[in-house]
Ligand binder design. Structure first.
Ligand SMILES: NC(=O)c1ccc[n+]([C@@H]2O[C@H](COP(=O)([O-])OP(=O)(O)OC[C@H]3O[C@@H](n4cnc5c(N)ncnc54)[C@H](OP(=O)(O)O)[C@@H]3O)[C@@H](O)[C@H]2O)c1
Length: 279
């Protein structure tokens, strides 16, 4: 009897040099004694990369910037989550086909659920980009009541219309309150760590403040939220949980989430200043 084929996984993006995904997924594969590998591919030609995934029999892949939308054109199908969010961060092989899904929403929701109820909660989502879309999808799916706050009125309004929720310009944040504030913008990410997307005086109107940024681990927003007495959630928790969700889809096994969390945290602490968020 021939041994089982190794489980081949990859990250496709550009750049991928500082990505934490290979470290996290490789640690999980090793821990569960799964023969396989997770490679980081710095991709300049997406079509060629997809051909290679098919030709070499890859089981799946993570997709990061700048290909989360572009990859859709190369897939055989999209699931409902990828369709609604409008972006793919995970590829899964099904027979000869590659299907696109999105685990960012699940990563955020699982992380939030450790600290708060979603159903019936009032959430202010700052930003109107891809991560905001994942957040809105997840919050609405779980019965939360999100409101969008965004710098560019046109982007915010359009998203609010699509997801059927309210919108306020970022300039009006001083008039708003809720249970949870979630930053989905890159404001405050390394190297621009001196910035926060919202003024500190609004933070005591929220019980919990979450940031999707994980580099630095504690952003200015989270520091000021702690000072205002809020519970805080770093983007690292979301990052690990979106990876854990990918791992379940690829392997059908429960990943060692605590170990993944530990290796990512250690790496981020070592990096200190340096790279920005990298899937
Ligand atoms: N933790 C995780 O697992 C995870 C997963 C995915 C993404 N992320 C992180 O999420 C962040 C956002 O990524 P994305 O792909 O959603 O970005 P994106 O699609 O480019 O959207 C960025 C949003 O941020 C707003 N924005 C940008 N600069 C701003 C500023 N100076 N002031 C106010 N608003 C500003 C933009 O507002 P306008 O509409 O006004 O332009 C836009 O709505 C990144 O830091 C990324 O690394 C983390």
């Amino acid at each position: 009897m021939s041994p089982a084929k190794p489980l081949l996984l990859a990250l496709i993006g550009h750049p991928v040099g500082h990505s934490l995904s290979p470290l996290m997924h490789s640690a999980a594969l090793r821990n569960l004694n799964i023969a396989g590998s997770y490679e980081a591919w710095d991709v300049s030609n997406l079509g060629e990369a997809m051909d290679e995934l098919r030709r070499r029999g890859f089981r799946g892949a993570s997709v990061t910037i700048p290909y989360k939308r572009a990859v859709m054109a190369y897939l055989d199908d999209l699931d409902e989550q990828a369709r609604s969010i409008g972006a793919v961060n995970t590829l899964i092989r099904q027979g000869e086909s590659f299907v696109g899904t999105n685990t960012d929403w699940e990563g955020l929701i699982r992380a939030l659920k450790r600290l708060t109820e979603i159903r019936g909660g009032h959430f202010i989502v700052v930003g109107a980009g891809g991560t905001a879309r994942a957040a809105l999808y997840g919050l609405l799916r779980e019965g939360g009541l999100p409101m969008i706050v965004n710098r560019t009125v046109e982007h915010g309004r359009k998203l609010a219309e699509e997801f059927g929720c309210g919108y306020f310009p970022l300039a009006d944040i001083g008039h708003l309150e809720g249970d949870v504030l979630i930053n989905t913008t890159p404001v405050g990410m390394t190297p621009n760590t001196g910035f926060s997307p919202v003024p500190a005086f609004v933070l005591n109107r929220f019980r919990l403040v979450a940031d999707v940024i994980y580099n630095p681990l504690t952003t200015r927003l989270l520091r000021e939220a702690e000072q205002a007495g809020c519970a805080v959630l770093s983007g690292m928790e979301m990052f690990v949980e979106q990876g854990a969700a990918q791992f379940r889809l690829w392997t059908g096994m429960e990943p060692p989430v605590a170990l993944m969390w530990q290796v990512v945290r250690e790496q981020l602490e070592q990096q200190g200043k340096g790279a920005g968020n990298r899937t």
